[in-house]
Design a protein around this ligand. Sequence first.
Ligand SMILES: NC(=O)c1ccc[n+]([C@@H]2O[C@H](COP(=O)([O-])OP(=O)(O)OC[C@H]3O[C@@H](n4cnc5c(N)ncnc54)[C@H](OP(=O)(O)O)[C@@H]3O)[C@@H](O)[C@H]2O)c1
Length: 278
Amino acid sequence: MYSDKTLTLNNGIKISQIQLGTWPINNDDVKKVVRQAISVGYRAFDTARDYGNESGVGKGIWNSDVERSDIYLTTKLPTAVKDYEGTKKAIDEALDRFSLEYIDMLLIHSPQPWIEVNRTNDRHFEGNLENWRAMEEAVKAGKVRSIGVSNFLQEDVANIVNNGTIKPAVNQIEVHIGHVPTDLMKYCENLGIQIEAHSPLAHGRLLKDRKINAYAKKYNVSPAQLMLAFDLQLGCIVLPKSDNVSEMKENLDIDFEISGEDMADLIKLKENTQAMSV
Ligand SMILES: NC(=O)c1ccc[n+]([C@@H]2O[C@H](COP(=O)([O-])OP(=O)(O)OC[C@H]3O[C@@H](n4cnc5c(N)ncnc54)[C@H](OP(=O)(O)O)[C@@H]3O)[C@@H](O)[C@H]2O)c1
């Protein structure tokens, strides 16, 4: 089962290749969802300040039978914070909300505050370096084990790599059948930066796609399993979200391989082309 499969990051730390995404599960419900996920085998969770559910995720971990050291917890800075002091405060507040002594992975959620995405060309290079400086200090202080970025384009990654001290361990970006940013993935791979695939099921909107269903039938798996196997075979960490126990189990139970020929066909698919019937 992929729940047991780990990858090693550029800092030598091991990380589960399948993690539970927790957006948009609300803070009350997420506590039970995390507990259930742990009971079926998940050991890694993805959340963020901007999801509003960090304290619920922390309670789910606390209320489980599993040791803290066996859990891998990722969270992300609020996107509106782009200064050093604000970042330090945000890290301490996150630790308080989780009631935990350390965070396994902390990400800059977006190079731009949400309000500016697709609206301005300001990439906030200075602000992202301010975030990064405070994050590097949090690593040295033992508050955070690994640091990385999310939704970063090549120029945003280069800014951190060229000016920071610690290299980002991951870049968490959208990757799924129909949306494979190959150039960015190769760029990160060449720098030793692991890709985490968010929205690996395309928010669920491609699960009825004709071609995906045909391939799923061929391998005798569900469309969700086919989509996850595709990302895993591209070398990504995947973060499927589900609050349904049978789907959670299904998403961990991936023990088949898509052939090279079929991967080559699937990678060519572009969402909203005629090849896909969504
Ligand atoms: N860094 C970022 O900016 C960013 C952006 C987006 C997402 N993320 C992370 O990535 C995670 C996943 O992304 P996402 O929430 O956008 O979407 P997703 O995981 O691609 O898709 C979730 C949808 O698929 C459904 N689903 C899950 N497993 C299924 C299965 N086996 N069979 C049928 N349906 C299934 C879920 O249904 P149910 O809800 O009914 O279970 C839900 O509707 C998020 O939770 C978050 O942690 C990060």
